[in-house]
Design a binder for this molecule. Sequence first.
Ligand code: SF4
Ligand code: SF4
Length: 98
Amino acid sequence: MTLAYLKDVVTLSLDPEKCIGCGKCTEVCPHRVFTLEDHKARIANKDRCIECGACALNCPAGALDVDPGVGCAAAIVKGWITGEEPSCDCSGDSSGCC
Ligand code: SF4
Ligand code: SF4
């Protein structure tokens, strides 16, 4: 099953002019929002983004922008559903979460 959230509300944006095609965003995104095509990142499915902020935090070129926050809520909701402890864990350091 592929999860998607509310349509067209995600704050994620990508500046293709700044992208250097390193692929880091494709590695760190937990929801496979990006693809790499012709040495440039592309947002393949914006509505799957949970705004965790990991991509923008790890982009060396400053090509990504997102208002983080919803990812923590998503982790809490997932914890309710699965009965497990929420694993967002972004409160302790600034290395990204989810
Ligand atoms: S991390 Fe940034 S520079 Fe690297 S591919 Fe993704 S958007 Fe481009
Ligand atoms: S904010 Fe998180 S979920 Fe959204 S595109 Fe970036 S890494 Fe993926």
